[in-house]
Design a binder for this molecule. Sequence first.
Ligand code: ADP
Length: 655
Amino acid sequence: MSDYKINISKRTILVVDDTLDNLRLLMEMLNAVGYKVIPAQSGVQALSMVQSISPDLILLDIIMPEIDGYEVCKQLKANEYSHDIPIIFISALDEVLDKVKAFSMGGVDYITKPFQVEEVIRRVETHLNLRNLQRHLQQKNEQLQEKNEQLQQEIIKRKQTEEELKRAKQVAELANCAKNTFLANMSHELRTPLNAILGFAQILNNDRNLTNQQKKGIQVIQYSGEHLLTLINDILDFSKIEAGKLKLMPIDFLLPEFLKKIADLFKIRAEQKGIEFFYEPLSQLPTVVYADEKRLRQVLLNLLSNAIKFTQKGQVSFKVNYQHFPNPSQEWHQGIIRFEVEDSGIGILAEHLETIFLPFQQVSEQAQIEGTGLGLPICKKLIKMMGGQLLVQSMLDVGSHFWFEIPLQKCHFSSPKNNQITSTIIGFNIKGKKESQKKEKKDFRILIVDEKWENRIILTHLLIPLGFNILEANNGQEALKKANEFCPDAILMDLKMPIMDGLECTRRLRQNDNFKKTCIIALSAKVLDYQEQGLEAGYNAFITKPLNINKFFQILAEHCPLEWIYDISQQTDNLQITTPVSEIIPPNIKQIKMLLKFANIGDVHEVTKTAEALLENNPHLQPFIQEVCQLAKNFKIRKLKRFLNQYLSEKEGAM
Ligand code: ADP
């Protein structure tokens, strides 16, 4: 309260009394304390002065001629400029009713005459303080109200902005959606006639009656059509990536085969251009990897196409290096794979090294005829989605070097040579058939049930060359139908499938007498989740994905009446092969170092001798020794050293 105490000297008090003595007394008393006092001898006079002097407080007598104190008070309270001036009645009337009337007229206090000086002064001071406080509160209130209004306006504004943003976002989303739908429709619409154009161009191209000029014309049609198709696909991909709609679809696939096919394609293209092409796997590559095969191919094709396109002389090299994190106890490996595409072509100016990754940027004249300018931006984004980064180094007229590394989960090494499985096991016999029957045409039927074509193809790729009779089904329901017609001896069943999953399908098959004893092997990436239910449903065995090919053959032979036929010609002459299909287990560091010592000086005889000696006491080293002997026998010293060094560093890394 003390903060709001009045400064007396600045306060004006109007004293209204028709008795001069009273007036004088009150004036002296208040003056003495420091107030500025203005006297009025009648109500009329008081009313006429109030507006001009604007007093802070009025001491008002009640009984006066003409108009009395009550009337004065009433009029003052009715006026805007005076209604909040505190009025203290000061009167000889001492009845309760008088006091009630005084308060009801708007007075703040009532002092009876004769008064005590001290009492008047205290009451005046109290009411001035109260008024001051009231004003202060009022001010604060007004300020608060103002702030409140401002705040409310801000909230309204913010809400409006939010609404506008929301609307803008909706419009943008709609536009984006419309754009994507448009692009998807357009690409479909364009692809259909393009199919016809490209198809007939190829048919016409084979027509012998055409003149050379006509043939050339058709080739131009074909070439331009293909270019248009690339453009459509690129635009579609790019808009999908931009809209966040492109998702990677990892599958298990055979990596060495995948890379070899790509390399073969570019070897032909390079030959046609008169340049050299080298494909170099710099380390042993995993046999099966889990990645988005389609998108990885797209990236590699793009980088390699560019390298060939922008190289007129010299060479293009494609190098692949895999390093797995040392953890030999695990069935599946994790590692990093690095792809490098290097050319001796036209190169790229330093100032263009960033712009080439922006959409529709082509920095060489040649590119404008052949490319879309979308290849590298798409590659960059796809590689980023795969967890890597596309990098480039280039020098004008010297060449370019593009490379990237991506992490690989769940890699599998089934054998040192990627095709060893299929070349080691070359067929099968059905157990229990008499020797005389074995020459008859074998029929062992396997039904492969998997939603994903990419998964089925790995199995068909493995099984058809061995002579199995294969049928494929997309889901459980289709499998039930096909099983009845095909009567398979074994069923390879994926678990998670649309329409009818593998569990349900197996349950139903087991209810049918024809399939009570059929071997059903479940294949799933999530075996643990299904193991119990699966046993109930009636599986014979589980195989985890990605596929461990060795295990797969092993389990298949365990549950079906099958025995494998191995390709004996592939085996090292003086080695007894006991487990033709098996994992590589390397010897210890000391033994690897000994082999390396001879490999380093090129003594293949000593390498073979040492290796064979090792095998005598360690039959489990057979796959490792077999590889060493084979490389030594063929004088592949560099490869042999690389092979040994790789296992050495793996062993040392695991320590
Ligand atoms: P395009 O379809 O035009 O090749 P890209 O996005 O793949 O589109 O490449 C963009 C541009 O980067 C190319 O037009 C070319 O100018 C440059 N470029 C890409 N790769 C190479 C390379 N290996 N050598 C020289 N220039 C290259």
